[in-house]
Design a binder for this molecule. Structure first.
Ligand SMILES: [Mg+2]
Ligand SMILES: [Zn+2]
Length: 189
């Protein structure tokens, strides 16, 4: 299965600010191992991440690439890999079509894998915009309680995404374990 991950607050620690350097990019404990387990079970992993810090001039694509090399290096030692990373470098005011909750990043991922649609894929995020983008493209939305996840969970209780059944897990590691045992997509209340 294709599993699409948001980055900040799902794979790496995120406190609401910007991750501007390789040193600031720190994995959430257990998240790299979780991705490796999914890979080794035969699933393909892609990332869809908003990175408006680029348009804001906080860091360049060279630094972004270096963060992703760090991720790939850590993952490789555990026998996993990320198949494709799609990022939106734009400012929210730029009017692009790729900044989540819009679906451009997911369309890039769909095209990368030569798929007709993402229906049946999974989108894991910590923010509502991740879940909305995934759901709009036919993915099963999964919320993790890391990063913005607890705020998102509270908000969803009063403002559900119409028609969406969101599965919720404490973190990527818990999702990975549940998914691999066949229960990760069940709505968890
Ligand atoms: Mg996030
Ligand atoms: Zn964009």
């Amino acid at each position: 299965m294709l599993i699409i991950l948001d980055r900040d607050g799902v794979i790496n620690e995120y406190d609401g600010g910007y991750i501007c350097s390789v040193d600031e990019w720190q994995p959430i404990p257990g998240s790299i191992e979780a991705v490796a387990r999914l890979c080794k079970a035969g699933h393909r992993i892609a990332i869809a991440t908003n990175q408006s810090g680029i348009a804001r001039g906080y860091y360049g694509t060279d630094v972004l690439d270096a963060m992703h090399e760090k991720l790939e290096r850590l993952l490789e030692t555990l026998g996993g890999c990320i198949s494709f990373i799609a990022y939106c470098p734009h400012h929210p005011d730029d009017g692009c079509g790729c900044r989540k909750p819009l679906t451009g990043l997911l369309e890039q991922i769909r095209d990368h894998f030569h798929l007709d649609a993402l229906k049946g894929s999974v989108m894991v995020g910590d923010s509502r915009k991740d879940l909305e983008a995934g759901f709009a493209e036919g993915c099963q939305p999964v919320l993790v309680r890391t990063g913005n996840g607890q705020d998102t969970e509270r908000h969803l209780k009063t403002h559900p995404i119409p028609g969406a059944c969101v599965a919720i897990h404490d973190n990527l590691s818990a999702f990975s374990d549940a998914f691999l045992s066949g229960s990760g997509l069940v709505k968890n209340e």
